[in-house]
Design a protein around this ligand. Structure first.
Ligand code: GDP
Length: 374
C-alpha cells in the first residue's frame, strides 16, 4: 500500500509503517497525557532518518501542534568544564522542587558522529535531576545537516511542550555553529563562563556576545570569588559597547556558583523577568514567529541539499567534476552549474547536440545549449 503523502492527520488509510511503530494517534495521545515513555518514543521517530518515519513524524507533530508553544525556552552554552551540567542540575532542581514545575533538558551535542565521541556525555551528568519525576532529559545526537547541530531539536521542543513541559533548557557546547542554532530556537540565551580563562580558550567570539541575553561567570566560590567578580565587571563593560538589542533588553552579566548553589535562583528570576518583559512588548511572539519561519526555510534547504546529493545523475557526474575542479580543468562555477542542471533534469549538452528541430521564438539566452527534458 502506498502512503498517501497528502494526508496530514486522522485520514482513513494508514500509511505503511515500519514494524514496531504505533499508530500516530497513540503517540499523540501519549504525549498529550505527558507519558514519558511515549514522549521518548515519539522523539525517536522525529529523529529517525527512515522515509517511513518521516510521514509518521509529520502526523505526530501536526497532532500535538495546538498544545505546543506555551513554554519558556532557554539556551545554555559554555565550553566543556564551564559547569553546564552542574548548573542545569541545580537550576532544574529549583524549577522542579521550589517552583513545582516540569522541566525538559535537551542537549545539543555537536561532537562528531563519526568518532562516536560525545562532548556532553550522557544523562548521568545531571545526577539529581535525572531521577526527578518532573524532569525529562534527552541528549540529541548531532547528525548530518545544518552544521551537525541536532537537526530535530526544534521538533523535540514542541513534543516536550505538548507533554506539559513548560520550561525547556537547551544545552550546547560552545564550539562554533551550535550556539547560533540554539539561539535560533530559544527565547533566552545564557552563556556560562569561567573567570581567568582567556576569551580565546572559551571560544568567545564577538558574534556570540552579540547573541547573549545574559552571561554568568560560574565557579564564583572559594578563592575564585574575587576573580569572578573582576571578570563580571570586565565583561559588563565589554557588552555595554554593543548597540542595544532591538528587543529592548540589556544583557546582564552575573556571577554564580553551581557547586555551592549560589546565584542560580537569581538567574532564573532574571529569565522570568525577561520573559515577562518580552511578552508585554510583543517581542516574545515576534521572535517565535521569526524563528519558525527561518526554520521552515532551513528545513527546505536541508531537504533540497539531501535530494541533490541523492540524485543519481548528480552522483554519477560528481566524481569526474570534482576531479576536474581539483586539477583546474574546470572552474567551480561551471561545475556547479552543470551539477545543478543535472539535478534539474536538464543535462548540459554540447552545442552540436542540441536538437535543431526544436523551434523556439525565444532569443538566445542563458539556457542556450541546454535541452529541457520534462
Ligand atoms: P560541563 O562540561 O560544562 O557540563 O561542566 P560540569 O558541570 O561537568 O563541571 C565541570 C567541573 O567543574 C566538575 O568537576 C564540577 O564539579 C566543577 N564545577 C561545576 N560548577 C562549579 C562551581 O560552581 N564551582 C566549582 N568550584 N566547581 C564547579
Amino acid at each position: 500500500m502506498q502512503p498517501d503523502s497528502s494526508r496530514i492527520s486522522n485520514g482513513s488509510a494508514p500509511p505503511a509503517r515500519r514494524r514496531g511503530r504505533l499508530a500516530p494517534e497513540a503517540y499523540i495521545e501519549g504525549v498529550l497525557q505527558g507519558d514519558r515513555v511515549t514522549l521518548a518514543r515519539a522523539i525517536t521517530i522525529i529523529e529517525s532518518d527512515l522515509e517511513s518515519d518521516g510521514e509518521l513524524a509529520a502526523e505526530i507533530l501536526q497532532g500535538i501542534l495546538a498544545e505546543a508553544g506555551d513554554s519558556l525556552r532557554v539556551g545554555i552554552t559554555g565550553v566543556p568544564g564551564a559547569g553546564k551540567s552542574t548548573f542545569i542540575d541545580v537550576l532544574g532542581m529549583h524549577i522542579v522542587r521550589d517552583r513545582g514545575e516540569k522541566v525538559a533538558v535537551l542537549s545539543v551535542d555537536p561532537s562528531s558522529p563519526v568518532s562516536g565521541g560525545s562532548i556532553l556525555g550522557d544523562k548521568t551528568r545531571m545526577e539529581r535531576l535525572s531521577v526527578e519525576e518532573r524532569a525529562f532529559i534527552r541528549p540529541s545526537p548531532a547528525r548530518g545537516h545544518l552544521g551537525g547541530v541536532a537537526r530535530r531539536t526544534r521538533e523535540t521542543i514542541l513534543l516536550c511542550e505538548a507533554a506539559g513541559y513548560r520550561n525547556i533548557l537547551v544545552e550546547t557546547v560552545g564550539v562554533g555553529q551550535s550556539e547560533t542554532a540554539v539561539r535560533s530556537m530559544t527565547d533566552f540565551f545564557l552563556l556560562l563562563m569561567l573567570a581567568g580563562a582567556g576569551d580565546e580558550l572559551q571560544g568567545i567570539k564577538r558574534g556570540i556576545l552579540e547573541m547573549l541575553d545574559a552571561m554568568a561567570i560560574n565557579k564564583a566560590d572559594g578563592d575564585n570569588r574575587l576573580e569572578a567578580d573582576r571578570a563580571r565587571v570586565q565583561y559588563a563593560g565589554a557588552l555595554h559597547l554593543f548597540p542595544p538589542s532591538p528587543d529592548g533588553w540589556t544583557p546582564r552579566v552575573v556571577t554564580c556558583s553551581a557547586l555551592a548553589n549560589e546565584g542560580i535562583r537569581e538567574i532564573w528570576e532574571m529569565v522570568l523577568q525577561h520573559h515577562e518583559k518580552m511578552r508585554a512588548s510583543g517581542w516574545f511572539l515576534r521572535r517565535r514567529r521569526q524563528q519558525a519561519l527561518a526554520w521552515m526555510r532551513e528545513l527546505v534547504l536541508a531537504g533540497l541539499e539531501e535530494e541533490f546529493f541523492r540524485n543519481p545523475a548528480v552522483r554519477d557526474r560528481m566524481p569526474a567534476l570534482e576531479e576536474a575542479v581539483r586539477t583546474a580543468q574546470a572552474t567551480s562555477f561551471t561545475a556547479a552549474r552543470e551539477l545543478l542542471a543535472l539535478f534539474r533534469n536538464r543535462p548540459r549538452l554540447r552545442q552540436s547536440d542540441a536538437a535543431p528541430a526544436r523551434s523556439s521564438s525565444r532569443p538566445p539566452g542563458p539556457d542556450r545549449g541546454f535541452q529541457i527534458k520534462e
